[in-house]
Design a protein around this ligand. Structure first.
Ligand code: F6P
Length: 789
């Protein structure tokens, strides 16, 4: 069909070629202007729009022209009006939408060589030889093929007279970069693909909803989860939803899986659970490679256990809806890095790269090697090589499997047996979503380690007063999805209470403490450590698990609760977009939490497409603010934006208060737009932890209790001179680490209660670039080389 179309158009092509102006180049034969085409391909995923926005805005910033290829490879094949110029404003107001605004297809014609020849022809005729492909492994495989065949195809096209010799030499190579986007998270070499985090949101939201009805009717629910042959989504959502059993392709089920499953479900009921959740990946299999379908699982439970059982196939719901804050930020970063990579002089003529996330940093991975790795992963699955499959999915996949197994193991508890150790847990600071997940995980892990957990109520005061309850496996059932702090929390630290605390520990035989909370939780641990000389009873291992919506605790990149807050504030800013669609343009000055830490304001600004974010760490003058007002006026006047959003961190500057900034924008912008002021306040704390926060809570808690038991077993903390036994369990890069609280002091600003250096500050420049139009740069721009992504 394609061949016929080309023959029919042959004469027309020749005519076009004769009439077409010569390829625009300078004297050296280089194209005068760098033209970048971008397409989204394969199954869509949430965050693709944020990637488009990042690519377009950064490319325009760098002086390039950008073109959208509509409907994926189909548009590349058809050319003409399917390749359209992208402008700064064409990517306004899109990042909050799911899917891809430029369309996507799974295109069969592109798999044929003829189709790819046509695609090369269309690109060259449009003067384009820079390409960004956003899609899954199939899409990137197609892109790599196009790249490899490009020089040969140019010759063919020249031979048939469809492109000129000048064009062939000017566009001699295809400069290609890929962004791995798929909800499945099945692309080798990146910790996360664009869309996966949002899909987890959809699955976990659905499972939370199902849990309540399941419990009312004492039912068992089988949930079928997408992911093709990759069990990532299923495993992660099973952990986050406290599912009782999980079927994933990487762990083929034994022949007698029916028995194992029923045993486990019966055990859970015996332990007091009113309902069961079983997660089944669509590609689940047994050890003979036989497909295990969700329907089969349903039938086994119904016929063997006679439980009232229902099946929910989540389907494409998982691929839809608003992208999460994580996906918007990841996609923006990856989009910016794609442009940096395309234009980097050192990358010219090099092999294509895929922008990948590794340990919270972006790297340029070799595309061919990543595709090969993905193929090998699939091959290992086909061979039923479970250890290899798990290993190839990455270290964190293996850790997830281990953690899930521990949290879900059947424990034969013996009521006669005395636990080996007693550990206390308490919260210090403001409530943060995920605190309960931390406690629930501690209790469940402790059951394996012969540890009794005492939950102290009301923070340090409760600890000092000896106000506690003993927590059991059953008592924490259903805690993971719940926001707030079920043990109650208070921001007060241990100052002046050291003696009382020592007394509580001694009286109740508490051998170690785990403090879950914010900056003051860290301070409390430090005070306890320092108070050891005067109060020898304080010589116990103390561990801090960072949990604060502000993410302002030194010694960790992330704290439990911050991702939920980020998503809450992003959702609220999304709502403001609709409210701004009135007859007169509207700007919102929005105050967000964080105390003196600009994490929420900065990351929330990127995720919600804010025009500015003002933070304490980045002081500004009145002139700067005036410049921002002028920019906003121009953007509004030109129609670049329909909604203005200025985010102000609550402690940005006492003189430039939220009211002051509101009044400044309201007064100076009144001819062009109206301004409203909003203080989001504790609404940002959220109702239920996001999958990211649940995961972080579970991992930190599992790591902390293991560390605590190791300390107790080795006799550490037995006296004031014993080795350092007060640590903070944090995540740095992707490593879980236990850093002595005294070591962290160096990087702690005790006046403003923030870390002195903060890793996310590097995104300030990127946040500005994606929100600022080119003409606004009066004082020059930073070079792309120095832009950090
Ligand atoms: O690869 C993404 C994905 O959503 C898979 O999880 C799923 O198996 C498949 O695509 C569904 O494809 P389609 O949307 O073409 O039905």
């Amino acid at each position: 069909m394609l061949a016929a179309r080309m023959t029919k158009n042959e004469d027309q092509l020749q005519l076009c070629l004769a009439l077409r102006p010569p390829a625009e180049g300078d004297d050296s034969g280089e194209p005068r202007e760098k033209k970048i085409a971008v397409l989204t391909s394969g199954g869509d995923s949430q965050g693709m729009n944020a990637a488009l926005r990042g690519i377009v805005r950064v490319a325009i910033y760098a002086g390039c022209s950008v073109f959208f290829v509509k409907e994926g490879y189909k548009g590349l094949l058809e050319g003409g009006e399917m390749i359209i110029p992208a402008t700064w404003s064409s990517v306004s107001d899109i990042m909050h939408k799911g899917g891809t605004v430029i369309g996507s297809t799974r295109n069969e014609e592109f798999k044929e060589r003829e189709g790819r020849v046509q695609a090369v022809c269309n690109l060259v005729q449009a003067g384009i030889n820079y390409l960004v492909v956003v899609g899954g492994d199939g899409s990137l495989t197609g892109a790599l093929l196009l790249h490899d065949e490009w020089p040969q195809m140019l010759q063919e096209l020249m031979g048939t007279g469809r492109i000129t010799q000048r064009e062939a030499s000017m566009y001699g190579t295809l400069q290609l970069v890929g962004l791995a986007a798929s909800i499945d998270n099945d692309f080798h070499g990146t910790d996360m693909t664009i869309g996966c985090d949002t899909a987890l949101h959809r699955i976990v939201e659905a499972t939370d909803s199902i849990a309540s009805t399941a419990s009312s009717h004492q039912r068992c629910f089988i949930m079928e989860v997408m992911g093709r042959n990759c069990g990532y989504l299923t495993l992660k959502s099973a952990m986050a939803s406290e599912a009782d059993y999980v079927f994933i392709p990487e762990l083929p089920e034994p022949e007698n899986w029916q028995e194992t499953l029923c045993e486990k479900l019966k055990y859970e009921r015996k332990m007091g659970k009113r309902m069961n959740i079983v997660m089944v990946c669509e590609g689940a299999q047994d050890s003979h490679g036989q497909h295990i379908t969700s329907q089969m699982v349903l039938e086994v439970v119904e016929t063997t256990l006679k439980y009232d059982t229902r099946l929910t196939v989540l389907g494409h719901v998982q691929r839809g809806g608003r992208p999460s804050a994580f996906d918007r930020i990841l996609a923006t970063r990856m989009g910016a890095e794609a442009v940096r990579c395309l234009l980097d002089p050192e990358e010219q003529g090099q092999e294509p790269k895929v922008i990948s996330l590794q340990k919270n940093a972006l790297v340029r991975a070799d595309m061919a090697a990543s595709i090969k790795g993905t193929q090998e992963e699939n091959e290992a699955l086909r061979r039923q090589d479970s250890p290899k499959s798990v290993e190839m999915r990455g270290r964190s996949f293996g850790n997830n499997v281990q953690t899930y197994k521990m949290l879900n193991a059947m424990i034969e508890s013996n009521p006669e047996e005395t636990p080996k150790f007693t550990v206390g847990v308490l919260h210090v600071g403001q409530p943060a979503c995920g605190m309960n997940a931390v406690v629930a995980t501690l209790v469940r892990m402790a059951a394996h380690l012969s540890v009794r957990i005492l939950g102290f109520h009301n923070g340090v005061e409760g600890l000092a007063a000896g106000n506690f309850e003993e927590l059991s496996w059953k008592s924490v059932d259903g805690w993971v999805p719940q926001g707030g702090a079920k043990l109650y929390t208070d921001a007060k630290n241990a100052e002046g209470l050291e003696k009382d605390i020592a007394n509580t520990l001694e009286t109740n035989g508490v051998q170690a403490l785990i403090i879950v909370g914010g900056f003051q939780a860290y301070v409390t641990a430090l005070q306890m450590f320092q108070g050891r000389q005067d109060n020898p009873q304080l010589c116990v291992p103390v561990n801090v698990i960072p949990s604060s919506i502000s993410n302002r605790i030194p010694g960790t990149d992330f704290s439990v609760g911050a991702d939920t807050a980020l998503n809450e504030l992003t959702a609220m800013c999304d709502r403001l977009r609709l409210s701004a669609q009135g007859t007169f343009k509207r700007n919102y000055v929005t105050e967000v939490m964080g105390k003196h830490c600009g994490y929420l304001a900065t990351m929330g600004g990127i995720a919600s497409g804010a025009d500015q974010s003002y933070i304490f760490e980045e002081p500004l003058t009145l002139n700067d603010l005036q410049t921002d007002v002028n920019h906003m006026k121009i953007k509004m006047e030109r129609g670049d934006i329909v909604r203005g959003l200025v985010i102000r961190n609550e402690e940005f500057n006492p003189n430039f208060s939220t009211k002051f900034i509101y009044q400044l924008f309201a007064e100076e912008g009144k001819e062009v737009f109206t301004t409203r002021m909003l203080i989001l306040g504790p609404l940002q704390e959220g109702v239920s932890p996001t999958p990211f926060d649940r995961d972080l809570a579970i991992k930190l808690a599992a790591s902390a209790i293991k560390w605590t038991v190791e300390q107790l077993e080795s006799g550490a903390g037995a006296g004031p001179d014993s080795p350092q036994t007060a640590t903070l369990t944090g995540i740095v890069g992707k490593e879980y680490c236990h850093t002595p609280v005294t070591e962290i002091e160096e990087n702690a600003d005790f006046t403003y209660e923030i870390p002195k250096t903060q890793w996310w500050m590097k995104f300030r420049q990127l946040a500005k670039i994606v929100a600022t139009f080119n003409e606004a740069y009066e004082n020059g721009k930073v070079s792309l080389e120095s832009l950090e992504t």
